[in-house]
Design a protein around this ligand. Structure first.
Ligand SMILES: *Cc1c(COP(=O)(O)O)cnc(C)c1O
Length: 388
């Protein structure tokens, strides 16, 4: 099929040509005197994306999943109690990892479509007067349901209960695209990956830790080796890494930071809000509903619920086979019930309209009772009237 595949999934996201070009470099000596000139500024600049001045940024040759593990195993001790709310597949996987790694996981089920119930968290933390809970695991943007939780609210709940637990935030599909304020929100571990808001190929866990969390790496006796923060810190101090880094990835990340910080983080957030809003207007024009309840809508991904007599995988297959556009599938509990439209990363009004048009054609082909052009029309009006 001529033309490119349109990647409208919430990760991996489209890699801008500037980044692809920046990554197209010969292999180089990562122990050379020149390597720190590349790597040290990248670690410094990263802090601006996490919005931290006091924290420290890290890049591991891994993925977001390793970020969860790095946070858990570097700061806690085996058997420590952690609390998590389960309202989507990514939170589910983090919970299951914490269990498999031998932590005492307190899970609270929340309807898929809602986010972290901060009032419940506050009450629970107040009740925990012996401070048995050592960490709160918070999924900022649940990519499976298109739900964004209120992390400032989570911090407020922790402060209101004067609870000393660490706050770990999975920001894999929010950091570098949705507002994220590590210092203001008192986040102790900010976890991201390269292939979403950073617009890079998969292959890097991109993280930041607070000084409080870093101090706890000294007392944590949890066994760790490849994912040890101490080894990274010792080498990063001189601009090196404990083992061979993916140097093309570092070059790509340098360019990604130039693009993001050049646009300005506030503008990046505003752009994602507009992309998401246009998509939501199109979905409403089709008469379809989001999985996300009101107030939890994500600006990086929309999970669209199909009527009960329909199978969402048919829409996804039609979109891919007939129109060469990739949409996100419903994961586990949502399989067949939703399809997901990513609006994250290197996207603008017109690429978003392409995605919306592709979905609209697939919906028509699958017998949905919608008017051709209705979703596209709604998004066009919104994008035109709000274009800068
Ligand atoms: C993509 C994603 C992950 C998993 O990241 P991998 O890079 O696939 O390991 C974790 N959490 C969220 C919220 C995600 O969107």
């Amino acid at each position: 099929m001529a033309g490119r595949n349109h990647l409208s999934i919430p990760g991996p996201t489209n890699v801008p040509h500037e980044i692809l070009s920046a990554m197209h470099v010969p292999m180089e000596d990562h122990r050379s005197p020149d390597f720190p000139k590349l790597f040290k500024p990248v670690l410094e600049e990263l802090k601006k994306v996490f919005r931290t001045e006091t924290g420290q940024a890290f890049v591991f040759p891994a993925t977001g999943t390793a970020g969860w593990e790095i946070a858990l195993t570097n700061t806690l001790n085996s058997g420590d109690k952690v609390i998590i709310y389960r309202f989507g597949q990514f939170g589910h996987l983090w919970m299951s990892m914490a269990k498999r790694l031998g932590f005492d996981v307190e899970v609270h089920e929340v309807e898929w479509g809602k986010g972290i119930p901060v009032d419940h968290l506050e009450a629970r933390l107040k009740e925990d007067s012996n401070h048995e809970i050592k960490a709160v695991l918070a999924t900022h943007n649940e990519t499976a349901t298109g739900v964004t939780s209120d992390i400032a609210g989570v911090r407020a709940a922790m402060d209101a209960s004067s609870h000393p637990a660490l706050l770990f935030v999975d920001g894999v599909s929010s950091i570098a695209s949705l507002e994220f304020k590590m210092d203001d929100w008192g986040v102790d571990a900010s976890i991201s990956g390269s292939q979403k808001g950073f617009m890079l190929p998969a292959g890097a866990a991109i993280l930041a830790f607070s000084q409080k969390a870093l101090a706890m790496t000294k007392t944590s006796t949890y066994p760790r080796c490849f994912l040890d923060l101490g080894d990274q810190m010792a080498q990063n101090a001189n601009g090196y890494t404990p083992y061979t880094p993916s140097t093309p990835m570092i070059h790509g990340l340098k360019k990604s930071l130039e693009l993001l910080l050049g646009e300005g983080m506030e503008n990046v957030y505003a752009r994602h809000h507009r992309l998401g809003e246009g998509c939501r207007l199109a979905i409403a024009a089709w008469g379809l509903k989001l999985c996300a309840h009101e107030g939890f809508e994500s600006d990086t991904v929309s999970a669209v619920v199909v009527p009960e007599d329909k199978d969402a995988s048919e829409v996804i297959a039609t979109a891919y086979n007939k129109y060469n556009i990739s949409l996100g599938a419903g994961l586990t509990e949502l399989a067949g019930k939703v399809f997901r439209i990513g609006h994250i990363g290197d996207m603008n009004d017109v690429s978003m309209l392409g995605a919306i048009a592709g979905v609209e054609m697939a919906l028509l082909d699958c017998g949905y009772d919608i008017q051709a052009g209705s979703g596209v029309g709604a998004a066009i009006e919104y994008y035109r009237s709000t274009a800068g």
